[in-house]
Design a binder for this molecule. Structure first.
Ligand SMILES: [Zn+2]
Length: 157
């Protein structure tokens, strides 16, 4: 549905009102003139383009509204904050930030966000001990129970 004159006037008022604080003001005849060049296009598309153009601080004039090759006629990706994906291994256990972010964060006295534990468990230490116990047990089971040997005292008596 093309843009009617009434709609163009409404859009002009909105575009002028939507100019960012401190940005160059647009005059109504200029916006109407630019709108006239795209009035044959779909109203919804014109609304989107005029909204993008009006919000663009650096646009000195509304001329871009009348030029479908201008940036305000292309949909821009909305920049949203995307939280950084981390796993428990790559996350600080104290502040919860990623290792890289935590490492670059300012440090205050006494806060230690170290990724290295204070003490180190010897690799396989406990497992080796368990193996030793098992080895002894296996040896004992395999060896036939030794007959009680008479002591030298018994022999003597
Ligand atoms: Zn941390």
């Amino acid at each position: 549905m093309p843009v009617t004159k009434d709609q163009a006037e409404m859009l002009t008022a909105l575009a002028i009102a939507a100019r960012p604080h401190g940005a160059r003001r647009w005059d109504a005849p200029g916006v109407m003139s630019a709108l006239g060049k795209v009035a044959h296009l779909d109203l919804a598309e014109v609304i989107k383009a005029i909204g993008r153009a009006a919000g663009e601080r650096d646009l000195e004039t509304p001329a871009a509204i009348g030029n479908t090759a201008a940036l305000c006629w292309t949909e821009r990706r909305v920049e949203r904050f995307e939280p950084e994906k981390t796993t428990p291994e790559t996350r600080c256990g104290i502040c919860g930030k990623s290792r890289a972010l935590c490492a670059t964060a300012p440090r205050f006295g006494g806060d230690d966000h170290s990724f290295e534990p204070d003490f180190k468990i010897r690799t396989g230490g406990a497992v080796d001990e368990l193996r030793d116990i098992k080895a002894k047990a296996a040896t004992t089971e395999l060896e036939p129970a030794a007959e009680p040997q008479p002591t030298s005292n018994e022999e003597a008596s």
